[in-house]
Design a binder for this molecule. Structure first.
Ligand code: HEM
Length: 388
C-alpha cells in the first residue's frame, strides 16, 4: 500500500469532496512532506504554517528574490514582498478602512433578499449562479466604487483566468486564459480613465500623484487582484458556507443571534474555507518540523490542514459558532494576509442574516458539484430549493 504522502492527490474526487480526513492523516504521520505532484514541501501543522507566513525574510512570495521573473501585469501587492509591498498594501488598507462597510453590508442584504424573494416557488436553482456570483460581484464592485459588470459574463472571464492556472496540465486552457486576462485588464483600465466615483478606488487614485510610475502600475494591478481575486474567493466562500449550513439547519437558526453571527461567519471560513493553501520559496536553507529544506525550494502551507489542527483548535473538526479567539488561516497571515477580510466578513454576514430570517426555508435539492481546482475549494454548482 503506498504511503499517505504518495496517495495524497488534491484533485482526487474523494479529496475534492472532503479533504479533511487525508489532511489529518498527513498531519499525524508526516506533517512536513515532499509532494511530487506539486514539486513542493507541504506543511499541515498550524505552527509550521504560521512560521512560514510570518518569516518573509526566509520565505519569499516575490519570485524575483529567488531568481524567478514576474510579468509586469502580475506585479501587485500579492507578488511583491516587504518592504516594496508595504507602501501599496498600506495604501489599499487605509482606503478600505475609509469605506462605509455598514452601507456595503446593508446593500448586500438587500440584494440577497431580492434574489431569494424572486426564487421562492421557482423550483430548484443553483446557489452558485443565483446567489454566490451576484453577491460577490456586487460586494467587490460596491467596495471599489465601480459599476458591477454583467454577472454571468464576468463569472466566465474569472473562471477562464482561474482555469488557466492549470495550463501546465492542459495547454488548451492557456489561450482562453490570456483573452480573459486582457478583457479584465481593459475593464480595470476603464475604471482608471473614468471620472472617479465614491469608493476605494477613488481614494487610492487621489493618493496617486504621490506615487511614481512603477507604483502606479502596482496600484492598477492590485485593483485587478482585488476585484477578480476578491470576487472569486468570496464566491467560493459563499458556496462552501451555504453547503455547511444546508447540512446544519440548526446552525443557521442559531446565527440569528448577532453575537453568534459575528463569530460564526469566521468559523465557517475556518471550518471549510475556500483557499486551501499558498506557496512561498525558501531564500536560504532552513529547518521546518525537523526537516532540512534547501534554498530555492517551494513550500506550501496548507491552510485547510492547519485550520483543523487539534493542537491549535479545540474540537477542530466541529463547527463551533462561538469559537473565540479564532486565529485561523482562512484569510492567510502576516504581510500577505487578505486585504478584503472585513468586507468578506460583511458579505458573509449579509448572506447568513438573510438566509436565517427569510420566511422560506432553504434546503438542498441534490448533490453539489465541486470544481476540479486544487488551491481554491469551490462548488461549480450547488442545487437548492426555497420552501415556504
Ligand atoms: C471569504 C472571502 C475571502 C477569503 C477566504 C480570502 C482569503 C485570502 C487569503 C487566504 C489570502 C492570502 C493568500 C496568501 O497568503 O497567499 C488572501 C489575500 C488577498 N485577498 Fe482575500 N479572501 C477573501 C475575500 C477577499 C475580498 C472580498 C477581497 C477584496 C475585495 C480580497 C482581497 C485580497 C487581496 C488583495 C489579497 C492579497 C494580499 C497580499 O498579498 O498582500 N479577498 N485572501
Amino acid at each position: 500500500m503506498p504511503s499517505v504522502t504518495d496517495r495524497y492527490d488534491p484533485l482526487d474526487a474523494q479529496v475534492l469532496n472532503d479533504p479533511y480526513p487525508v489532511l489529518a492523516e498527513l498531519r499525524a504521520s508526516e506533517p512536513v512532506f515532499w509532494h511530487q505532484g506539486m514539486a513542493s514541501w507541504a506543511l499541515t501543522r498550524y505552527a509550521d504554517c504560521v512560521r512560514v507566513l510570518r518569516d518573509h525574510d526566509t520565505f519569499a512570495r516575490d519570485p524575483r528574490r529567488t531568481g524567478g521573473t514576474v510579468p509586469e501585469p502580475s506585479l501587485s501587492v500579492q507578488t511583491l514582498d516587504p518592504p516594496q509591498q508595504s507602501r501599496i498594501r498600506s495604501l489599499f488598507m487605509a482606503a478600505l478602512r475609509a469605506q462605509d462597510l455598514d452601507g456595503i453590508e446593508a446593500r448586500a442584504r438587500r440584494l440577497v433578499r431580492a434574489r431569494l424573494d424572486a426564487l421562492v416557488g421557482a423550483g430548484p436553482f443553483d446557489m452558485v449562479s443565483e446567489i454566490a456570483v451576484p453577491l460577490s460581484v456586487a460586494v467587490v464592485a460596491d467596495l471599489l466604487g465601480v459599476e458591477p459588470p454583467p454577472y454571468t459574463e464576468f463569472a466566465a472571464v474569472s473562471d477562464a483566468i482561474m482555469r488557466s492556472m492549470d495550463g501546465g496540465l492542459d495547454p488548451s486552457l492557456v489561450e482562453p486564459g490570456r483573452i480573459a486576462r486582457q478583457r479584465l485588464s481593459d475593464l480595470v483600465d476603464s475604471w482608471f480613465t473614468a471620472a472617479p466615483r465614491p469608493g476605494l478606488l477613488a481614494q487610492v487614485r487621489a493618493a496617486e500623484p504621490g506615487v511614481d510610475a512603477l507604483a502606479r502600475l502596482y496600484v492598477k494591478n492590485t485593483a485587478r487582484v482585488m476585484f477578480q481575486g476578491g470576487y472569486s474567493t468570496m464566491a467560493a466562500a459563499v458556496g462552501n458556507a451555504v453547503a455547511v449550513l444546508l447540512a446544519r439547519p440548526q446552525a443557521l437558526e442559531e446565527m440569528r443571534d448577532p453575537a453568534l453571527l459575528a463569530t460564526g461567519v469566521d468559523e465557517l471560513v475556518r471550518f471549510d474555507g475556500p483557499v486551501q493553501g499558498t506557496t512561498r520559496v525558501t531564500v536560504r536553507s532552513c529547518r521546518i518540523g525537523g526537516v532540512e529544506i534547501g534554498p530555492g525550494q517551494k513550500v506550501v502551507p496548507l491552510f485547510a490542514a492547519a485550520n483543523r489542527d487539534p493542537d491549535a483548535f479545540h474540537g477542530a473538526d466541529a463547527l463551533v459558532l462561538d469559537r473565540s479567539p479564532n486565529r485561523h488561516l482562512g484569510y492567510g497571515w502576516s504581510p500577505h494576509s487578505c486585504i478584503g477580510t472585513t468586507v468578506a466578513q460583511a458579505g458573509l454576514r449579509a448572506l447568513v442574516t438573510v438566509l436565517a430570517e427569510h420566511p422560506a426555508r432553504l434546503v438542498a435539492a441534490g448533490e453539489g458539484l465541486r470544481r476540479r481546482t486544487a488551491t481554491m475549494r469551490a462548488f461549480a454548482t450547488l442545487p437548492a430549493l426555497l420552501l415556504l
